[in-house]
Design a protein around this ligand. Structure first.
Ligand code: SF4
Length: 292
């Protein structure tokens, strides 16, 4: 990728191999300079701006943890009053700020179909404050608050957002940057609330080598743990890429957060993944032509 036009400058504060920083760079490159970003407390806040510096080449508004979506909605409405229709308003939030703390205000904004793009940068725990579990943390995963492995399954966030019947929802991962960029560009062309859920591996919290970020992102997809799909108007599902269906063990074994797993737990994870995949296929096959 040509980095001359990066809207996220070099020299920011992300850990080496941070998937979140890569995702921010890709999203911003797809949206271009006419973008205003809303940031809430999270790793992306540290990466993008530690006072008095800023790594972003676009205007950014730092808001409270709970209100990424309504802040973006307010900026979007203010721009319309000023007649500035060519600026994209983008909210960046982590899984904590989306799955847990910001879910209520995101739901309200989505219900009103406010005009902005919301990107959930999902590293599956509260990494910024010391790796505590969020409701995005996967079943059996180690965190400092789930030292023996999390007992609950990861919340089905996409289903909740899709239930608002907003114009566009999609999943993406940095392991497939072209797919990610295409989805962001597709979202940009639409009006109303658009939601993109991006899996962003975190070498620090996932206890893995920092050069594995890309490979682990790809394996999350190839094992069907993180399928790539879109949903239009809360109804039309489209699987954008077909995974190979590799065993989940190939993904789990590269990450220290799963190193304590017993065979029966791996089998249970595999069973859950197969079930979720069958459900997604069923939803997509209702629109057969939408299966890639
Ligand atoms: S803790 Fe994880 S998400 Fe946060 S900057 Fe480091 S690698 Fe990125």
């Amino acid at each position: 990728m040509d980095t001359r036009d990066d809207l996220l400058r070099q020299g920011h504060y992300a850990c080496p191999g941070c998937g979140l920083a890569i995702a921010m760079k890709l999203v911003l490159s797809a949206l271009g300079e006419r973008t205003i970003v809303v940031i809430i407390p999270s790793c992306e806040a540290v990466i993008s701006a530690t006072y008095p510096f800023s790594a972003l080449k676009v205007p950014a508004f730092h808001s409270a943890f709970v209100i990424a979506a309504p802040t973006a909605a307010g900026i979007s409405r203010a721009l319309k009053v000023r007649g500035e229709d060519d600026i994209t308003v983008l909210a960046f939030a982590g899984d904590g700020g989306t799955y847990d703390i910001g879910l209520q205000s995101l739901s309200g904004a989505a219900e009103r179909n406010e005009d902005f793009i919301y990107v959930c940068l999902d590293n599956e725990a509260y990494m910024n404050t010391g790796i505590q579990a969020s409701s995005s943390t996967p079943f059996c995963s180690w965190t400092v608050t789930t030292p023996k492995g999390k007992k609950e399954r990861k919340k089905r966030l996409m289903d909740i957002i899709v239930a608002h019947s907003i114009p566009y929802c999609a999943t993406a991962t940095i392991g497939y940057p072209e797919d990610l960029i295409e989805k962001v560009k597709r979202a940009k062309k639409k009006k109303g609330t658009r939601f993109i859920h991006i899996l962003t591996p975190c070498p620090t919290g996932w206890r893995m080598r920092e050069d594995l970020t890309g490979i682990v992102s790809m394996l999350a997809f190839e094992t069907k743990i993180f399928p790539l799909y879109e949903v239009y108007d809360g109804e039309i599902y489209r699987i954008t890429k077909m995974p190979k269906g590799l065993p989940v063990k190939e993904y789990l074994s590269l990450q220290g957060r799963f190193s304590h797993l017993k065979e029966e737990e791996i089998e249970e994870i595999q069973k859950n993944v197969d079930k979720e995949w069958a459900r997604l296929l069923y939803l997509a096959k209702r629109n057969a032509e939408n299966c890639a």
